[in-house]
Design a protein around this ligand. Structure first.
Ligand code: UD1
Ligand code: MG
Length: 417
């Protein structure tokens, strides 16, 4: 495939999202739209990735950190101008420049790898990713000559009646020879729409006797750009299904994929069963042979060992559950560590937030926390200890291992319950 540097265009306003958040920072399954595009460039080992930012630049920069170089485009003069902002960094680079749009979260690394491969093999000045769409509205059309070679990309707004009917579109992903790219960008003139179109360089390169090729994606998701909230929901549906499929392929039972929401960045062990209407957020790890849900919610920072059962209306957040823990109904464990084999009764709540800080609850192995107990964190329950049903364990209290505590406030009593 060869080495390459990447430019991701992400300066657009995203007006149609009607949002205070820059478009590329909207989230799908726990990750930003832009993260999905960056996943592609990093999976394919881009030597360097430049993200062109304009609208909400500081927010984008704040969220993405060090891994990429940000390039400012303060005035949105069009996609050619956006690429040209990277000239100071890339004009002396000799090699392939991959250009992607920051709003195409469904683009797969396989199709971009195919684009890079063909570009390298043919030695073209530019290779354009295209796709055939039943409804090509809004996209630039691929105009071909009688021999089927690409002649131009015509933007919808500038297309003639005939061109308007073309179903093959520009997916917005391209490979360029760096030298030819920055040379020809100087020749791009403002379009009738008063924008500098990157797509104009196809005709300019051909006029200069340079070679331009195409790769056609079989899967229309390659071209899918998020422009509206409806698009965001549609992209979410595709990505959610991809995530569920990947878990199922690794040996997880998802009883009802239609009502199961698992974000990106979740690991689940073999033979674990995820029951319907369960939500699992990003940064959650679940072991083997667990049963989760129905109607459970696992939030970031949750670590669940093997053989754990989490039932209906149970929520877990930033908590570690040892092997064989039972938490079967109506309960909340937040900022907690629960030892192996502990039983969390129905309605148990760790009151982890005191209005200022989040405090921890430690529950020892084989402890038994009775129904409706409230544990006002920080608290510590020793291994094998029993908390009576309906007890309130006050803040700062410990129950020694093997002891029984009951009442409001809970007191340690002699003997068993
Ligand atoms: C563009 C293509 C079109 C293609 C489509 C694929 C051009 C002229 N047209 O159209 O052929 O079918 O993408 O989705 O390139 N951006 C900047 N700075 C700017 C303008 C845009 O960074 O000044 C970024 C946007 O944030 C976006 C990308 O470039 O990520 C594409 O821009 P957009 O305005 O969405 O172009 P389209 O009209 O969709
Ligand atoms: Mg677009």
């Amino acid at each position: 495939m060869g080495s390459f540097k990447a430019i991701i265009l992400a300066a657009g306003k995203g007006t149609r999202m009607k949002s205070a958040t820059p478009k590329v920072l909207h989230k799908i399954c726990g990750k930003t739209i832009l993260d999905y595009v960056l996943d592609v460039t990093s999976a394919l080992r881009s030597l360097k990735t430049y993200v062109v930012v304009g609208h909400g630049a500081e927010k984008v920069r704040g969220l993405l950190g060090e891994a990429v170089t940000f390039v400012r485009q303060d005035r949105l003069l069009g996609t050619a101008d956006a690429v040209n902002r990277c000239a100071p960094y890339l004009k002396n680079f000799r090699g392939t420049v991959l250009v992607l749009c920051g709003d195409t979260p469904l683009l797969s690394k396989e199709i971009v790898a195919a684009l890079l491969k063909q570009h390298g093999r043919t030695g073209a000045s530019a290779t354009v990713l295209t796709a055939k769409l039943d409804d090509p509205r809004g996209y630039g059309r691929i105009v071909r000559d009688a021999q089927g070679a690409i002649k131009a990309i015509r933007e919808q707004k500038d297309a003639s009646g005939m061109e308007d009917k073309i179903k093959e579109i520009n997916a917005g992903a391209y490979c360029f020879d760096a030298k030819d790219l920055f040379q020809v960008l100087k020749e791009v003139r403002k379009s009738r729409q008063k924008e500098f179109y990157l797509t104009d360089i196809v005709e300019l390169l051909l006029a200069g006797n340079k070679k331009v090729g195409t790769v056609t994606a079989q899967d229309m998701t390659a071209a899918f750009g998020v422009n509206t909230r409806q698009d965001l929901a549609q992209a979410q549906a595709v990505i959610r299904q991809r995530i569920l499929n990947a878990h199922m392929a690794r040996g997880v039972t998802v009883v009802d994929p239609l009502t199961t929401f698992i974000e990106a960045g979740v690991a689940i062990g073999r033979d674990t069963v995820i029951h319907p209407m369960t939500v699992i957020h990003t940064d959650v790890r679940i072991g083997k042979n667990c049963s989760i849900g129905p109607m459970a919610r696992l939030r970031p920072g949750t670590r669940i060992s093997d053989g754990v059962e989490i039932g209906n209306f149970a929520e877990v957040s930033r908590a570690t559950l040892g092997p064989g823990v039972f938490q079967k109904h109506f309960s909340f464990l937040g900022d907690a560590a629960v030892g192996a084999g502990a039983n969390i009764g129905a309605g148990v709540v760790t009151a982890n937030f005191d209005g200022k800080n989040k405090n921890r609850t430690l529950i020892g192995a084989k402890a038994f926390v009775g129904s409706d107990a409230i544990l006002v964190a920080p608290t510590r329950i020793g291994a094998g200890a029993v908390i009576g049903a309906g007890s309130v364990l006050p803040k700062g209290r410990s129950v020694p291992a093997g002891k029984v505590a009951v009442g409001v406030p809970a007191r340690v009593i002699k003997g068993a319950l």
